[in-house]
Write a protein that binds this ligand. Structure first.
Ligand SMILES: [Zn+2]
Length: 112
C-alpha cells in the first residue's frame, strides 16, 4: 500500500470499529463516471488471531474462508463495498461462520 492508501485504511478501520483481529489490507477507489465513485475496502483476519465463536463463545482457529462482499453505508460520497475472506471457525459442533464487526446479524450481504 502507498502511504495515502495506508492512511485511508487506518481511518476506515477506525470508523468500522475493527479490533486487532481484523486488518484493512487494501482500499481501492473506482472512478465509475458518470455513476458515483466506489470505494472498495478489503479486510482480512489478522494472522495469528483466534476469533470468538458465535455458537459456543470460545475462541477458535480458522478452518477455511469464503469470499464475501457487503454493501456498506456510504463513506463520504462513495458507494462503499467491503470485501472479506470470511473465516469459518473450527468449532466442535462443526464449522461456523465468524461474525464480523461491520455486519449486524441481520445485515444484507451477498456473495461476490
Ligand atoms: Zn464454537
Amino acid at each position: 500500500m502507498n502511504p495515502q492508501t495506508k492512511m485511508l485504511a487506518t481511518i476506515i478501520a477506525k470508523s468500522l470499529n475493527l479490533g486487532d483481529e481484523w486488518t484493512v489490507v487494501d482500499v481501492e477507489m473506482r472512478d465509475c463516471n458518470p455513476d458515483p465513485d466506489e470505494l472498495h475496502v478489503y479486510i482480512e483476519r489478522t494472522p495469528g488471531y483466534a476469533l470468538r465463536c458465535p455458537r459456543c463463545g470460545v475462541m477458535h482457529g480458522v478452518c477455511d474462508t469464503r469470499e464475501r462482499t457487503w454493501r456498506h453505508l456510504d463513506i463520504w460520497q462513495y458507494k462503499t463495498y467491503i470485501h472479506c475472506k470470511l473465516p469459518r471457525l473450527d468449532c466442535e459442533g462443526g464449522p461456523i461462520t465468524a461474525e464480523v464487526p461491520w455486519a449486524a446479524p441481520d445485515a444484507k450481504h451477498f456473495t461476490a
